[in-house]
Design a protein around this ligand. Structure first.
Ligand SMILES: C[S@@+](CC[C@H](N)C(=O)[O-])C[C@H]1O[C@@H](n2cnc3c(N)ncnc32)[C@H](O)[C@@H]1O
Length: 302
């Protein structure tokens, strides 16, 4: 059995045999592509057939080989985290732009961090581009899933950001809602990057390509907005409480920027939600590379 024989007989989509064989033989995909005559050892063939079966059962290729590239960096991936998507890179670009244009010190929160792709990419890029601001800015990564946080921490070590990013577990912003932690941020402007679950149960049911990814990373109630709705409510409550409490009267006087990745079908609903909770906020919708509405940027001014 050669690589060529495998390519000819495998039921996998084009390109995937090469990725799996590259992973098993510890070679680049390009090496596999240019060496079709290579004989495949029996033990490797058996491992390949096992991976092929798992792939056909719907496991993402990144989960099978254990890593994924995102924003030019390498990330460990396992069954506990969502595979970071190329469309999420626009969220990273927007945050880098915000950092570039702000003089205030920032606290950057990655809400629903999963593999840590967003915050680690932002931290890595801003260290390169704005070392002075990188020193002053604060980075926090939050997730309700402890297994996901374990992978995010490994990725922070892999990409040399472990000392800069603090990882916290809990429901949405709850890990930060204690006076001590917010105390540290009194002079910082808050930026929240939220790629929370935003799909409906039927969207997940009808998408075979995502059926093996963690449900906790995908489904968000009947209209897919359960977590964004809860987050808006939480944020409004935080602002209200802090405004009433004299010792916190300086908190959040500066604008808050909230970035939410959405499904294109939620454009109107996110506008309505923003209007309901933050009537004077400025909302901008950004498109992804496929020209679909993907990112809501909400600037909360009051
Ligand atoms: C769509 S994934 C995004 C992962 C990663 N940020 C990315 O862009 O690849 C959503 C993440 O939100 C987390 N999550 C779900 N419900 C949550 C909640 N109530 N509070 C905090 N995180 C939550 C999930 O565990 C998952 O890691």
């Amino acid at each position: 059995m050669t690589i060529f024989d495998l390519q000819k007989t495998s039921p996998l989509p084009s390109g995937e045999t090469e990725i799996l064989m590259g992973f098993l033989l510890k070679k680049e995909k390009e090496f596999i592509l240019t060496h079709p005559e290579l004989a495949v050892p029996k033990n490797i063939y058996q491992k390949y057939k096992k991976l092929e079966k798992e792939r056909l059962a719907g496991w993402p290729i990144a989960t099978l080989i254990g890593h994924k590239e995102f924003y030019g960096l390498n990330f460990f991936i396992n069954k506990d985290v969502l595979v970071p998507r190329p469309e999420t890179e626009i969220m990273v670009e927007e945050i880098i732009n915000i950092i570039k244009n702000k003089q205030n010190k920032l606290i950057l929160i990655d809400l629903g961090t999963g593999s840590g792709a967003i915050i680690i990419s932002v931290a890595h890029e801003s260290k390169k581009m704005f070392p002075g601001k990188y020193q002053k800015n604060i980075f926090r990564a939050l997730d309700i899933s402890l297994p996901a946080l374990r992978i995010a921490k490994k990725n922070a070590i892999l990409n040399k950001q472990a000392k800069k990013i603090k990882f916290l577990s809990g429901n949405l912003l709850e890990p930060l809602i204690n006076k001590k932690d917010f105390n540290d941020f009194s002079n910082h402007e808050l930026i929240i990057a939220a790629n929370l679950p935003y799909l409906t149960p039927s969207q997940v049911k009808n998408s075979p390509s995502i059926k093996k990814e963690p449900k906790i990373a995908l489904v968000a109630g009947p209209d897919g907005l359960k977590y964004y709705r809860e987050l808006f409510k939480q944020l409004k409550e935080i602002k209200k409480v802090f405004r009433q409490d004299k010792s916190f009267s300086n908190r959040f006087k500066k604008p808050i920027t909230l970035l939410c990745e959405i499904d294109p079908s939620q454009t109107k609903s996110i506008k309505i939600l923003t209007q309901k909770y933050f009537p004077s906020a400025k909302l901008t919708i950004k498109k992804d590379l496929a020209q679909k509405n993907r990112l809501a940027i909400i600037k909360i001014l009051d």
